[in-house]
Design a protein around this ligand. Structure first.
Ligand code: GLC
Ligand code: GLC
Length: 635
């Protein structure tokens, strides 16, 4: 770094001492990350190149973003605080273009949103492109959404409205049309080394022995024969998404460069797409390999030095013991991703609602190792992807169920094929060989709103709305950034129009990627409409959440075993005052003994969501169907 600074004659530049202080602070992290993956010489060379990159990115960092760096270094826990609330949408489906997102910032603020994830917006290959997850150019915006300049202007507007911007960094693969892949096909050796390229099936066959298939239905296998390349290339996802080779230091350098480029456009958070897959190891499923964390550590250290307001969110849809490694365990504690999706919580909420039984949920949560106190979960009920039934066999056995059967049950239930099911989803990626399948569908359709509307049954509609409120109360009350998925706040149903688009028809994840209907949204201000009922209850959760310091993500929620299997109890111990949450996941009245409230037992209780006192009746808390209580002792 010093060499780079000298050669640029930077020593007298304003702010250089801050940069150097940060290099001293995070330089050791950078070295540790690099030396865990690359041998001496290659590692030293990479560090030197990254140092130049850092200096260049810092030099071109706009003044207002340097100020943002200072603010965020003074408040490093901004994403852990209870006022942080996320919203996730596709730019085109929400607003049309990046420019027109500006018109809807008020809508976001009305919901209390302070964090906006705009789904893939960098220039993808022409369709099919996996919803934009096949990027052809990381430095350009999708033409129909606008330009890089529009992205910068939008970031400014969002920042002025106290909203942070998240975009996707797809780092496991690039589109077959990306210039690296084009150069590789043209025979450029340098770029062939950016990918996993094999002349015949020998090595691929060896890997395939232990590799699962992500899209067994429309993209079977993990390798694709490419005529022009005259070789097999690794393609974990679709055949047009080429996995990049992170064991090549050039690839690390390129992605560090892209990350800093996006940070300098005003992006606050990078969602590290499919990060679990970026390191391959023969004989394993090539997910969650330790090198993944070393590589994240490198990217994060580079960003902390050059553009420190940038944070990272891991999209690792993996088992509990694995997912926590993305926030960091052992040597990596607190120096990898700042945020990670809590997939398990999401899956378990759906399982609890279907079975009216929280035992599996409590069991799964209690097996979670502690996360670093400086990190946060991203909690959610729905997203643009399918729901994979990540139910652990041992957890299922501990409540007397069989993992496989329970996963089958959930697919059947949410596809609406089980008697009494309230759900209207569809199976996704049915794997004939293993019997596994996943589920597509919007929150409103999966939770019973669609069914109640079809049957014109007001009682069922009340139940479904209460169920949605209960589910979102868990998402908002768990701790971490709650992510509200566009449309859930209005109860938007499945959208089947994708079947008319040949590029989308085979992928039913499009059924839960609807377009925003602003006329329907206007109904949120007309009392009594479905939209008003859903919107009000979700908005209320955000308002209350913001007022509760005990929801800071530095502390964690713990599940308490209860004698009533339909009632979930979560406790949070915080210096400002404890919070105990009680959720009834059934359509019947339930009771639990008030001793379960732990530190709040015997105190005067306040239920924060309703903003009223909570009475204990004969030593018990009485819960209405799908009640969600956030209890404090504020009296
Ligand atoms: C992520 C995305 C998913 C996409 C996959 C491949 O998991 O969420 O939509 O199919 O990565 O990029
Ligand atoms: C698998 C992957 C996940 C991806 C999803 C796409 O579950 O693990 O990363 O989002 O497929 O449907």
């Amino acid at each position: 770094m010093r060499a780079a600074a000298d050669s640029h004659d930077l020593i007298s530049e304003p702010g250089i001492d801050e940069l150097l202080a940060r290099a001293r602070r995070w330089g050791a992290d950078l070295r540790a990350g690099v030396s865990a993956v690359f041998a001496d010489e290659a590692g030293e060379e990479l560090i030197a190149r990254l140092a130049d990159l850092i200096v260049a990115a810092w030099e071109s960092r706009p003044q207002q973003l340097r100020e943002r760096d200072r603010e965020r270094l003074l408040m490093p826990d901004w994403f852990q605080r209870p006022e942080t609330l996320g919203y996730v949408c596709y730019t085109d489906r929400f607003a049309g273009t990046l420019d027109s997102v500006v018109k809807h910032v008020d809508y976001l603020s009305e919901l209390g949103i302070t964090y906006l994830h705009l789904m893939p917006l960098l220039r993808p290959r022409p369709a099919p492109n996996d919803g934009g997850y096949a990027v052809a150019d990381y430095r350009e915006v999708r033409a129909d959404l606008g330009t890089i300049g529009d992205l910068e202007r939008l970031a400014d507007v969002l920042h002025a409205n106290n909203i942070s911007l998240t975009v996707d960094l797809v780092l496991n693969h690039v589109a077959r049309e990306h210039q690296w892949a084009v150069a590789a096909r043209a025979g450029d050796e340098k770029y062939r080394d950016y990918f996993y390229v094999y002349p015949d099936r020998t090595v691929p066959d060896e890997y395939e022995k232990s590799l699962p298939e992500v899209f067994p239905d429309f993209a079977p296998g993990n390798f694709t024969w490419d005529e022009e390349l005259n070789a097999w290339v690794w393609t974990t996802f679709n055949d047009y998404q080429w996995d990049v080779n992170w064991s090549n230091p050039n690839v690390v350098y390129e992605f560090a460069d892209i990350a800093l480029y996006l940070a300098n456009r005003g992006v606050d958070c990078l969602r590290l797409d499919a990060i679990a897959f970026i390191w391959k190891r023969m004989g394993t499923n090539s997910q969650n390999q330790p090198e993944v964390h070393a590589l994240t550590r490198i990217l994060r250290a580079v960003a902390r030095i050059a553009t420190p307001s940038l944070v990272f969110k891991a999209e690792a849809i993996v088992a509990p013991e694995d997912v926590v490694t993305y926030l960091g365990v052992g040597d990596y504690a607190g120096n990898v991703s700042d945020l990670a999706y809590h997939n398990s919580l999401m899956v378990q909420i759906w399982s609890a609602l279907a079975t009216r039984d929280v035992r599996l949920l409590s069991r799964a949560l209690s097996r979670f190792p502690a996360k670093p106190t400086t990190t946060a979960w991203a909690t959610y009920l729905r997203c643009h992807d399918d729901i994979g039934w990540a139910i652990d066999d041992a957890d299922a056995a501990s409540v007397g169920w069989t993992g496989y059967d329970h996963r089958r049950f959930l697919s059947e239930w949410f596809a609406g094929r089980t008697p009494y099911s309230f759900a209207r989803g569809e199976e996704f990626q049915v794997n004939e060989a293993t019997g596994d399948s996943r589920i597509s569908g919007s929150a409103a359709s999966l939770i019973g709103i669609e069914q109640a509307l079809d049957l014109g049954n007001d009682g069922l509609l009340d139940d479904a709305l209460a169920r949605l409120r209960c589910a979102y109360a868990i998402v908002y009350g768990f701790g971490g950034i709650p992510l509200l998925y566009m449309g859930d706040e209005l109860g938007l149903l499945n959208d089947h129009s994708y079947v008319n688009d040949p590029e989308r028809a085979a992928d039913n994840r499009w059924m839960h990627r609807p377009e925003m209907n602003w006329d329907v949204a206007a109904g949120r201000h007309q009392p009594g409409t479905l939209q008003a009922r859903v919107f009000e209850s979700i908005k209320r959760l955000g308002d209350v959440r913001r007022s509760l310091p005990c929801l800071h993500a530095a502390v964690e929620s713990h599940a308490v075993e209860t004698p009533n299997r339909s009632v979930l109890v979560l406790t949070r111990a915080h210096a400002s005052g404890d919070l105990v949450q009680v959720y009834n996941v059934s359509p019947e009245w339930q009771r639990i003994p008030s001793e379960l409230l732990g530190s709040l037992h015997g105190r005067a209780l306040r239920e924060e969501i309703a903003g009223s006192p909570c009475e204990i009746v004969d030593g018990e808390i009485v819960l209405a169907p799908y009640a969600a209580l956030w209890l404090t002792s504020k009296g």
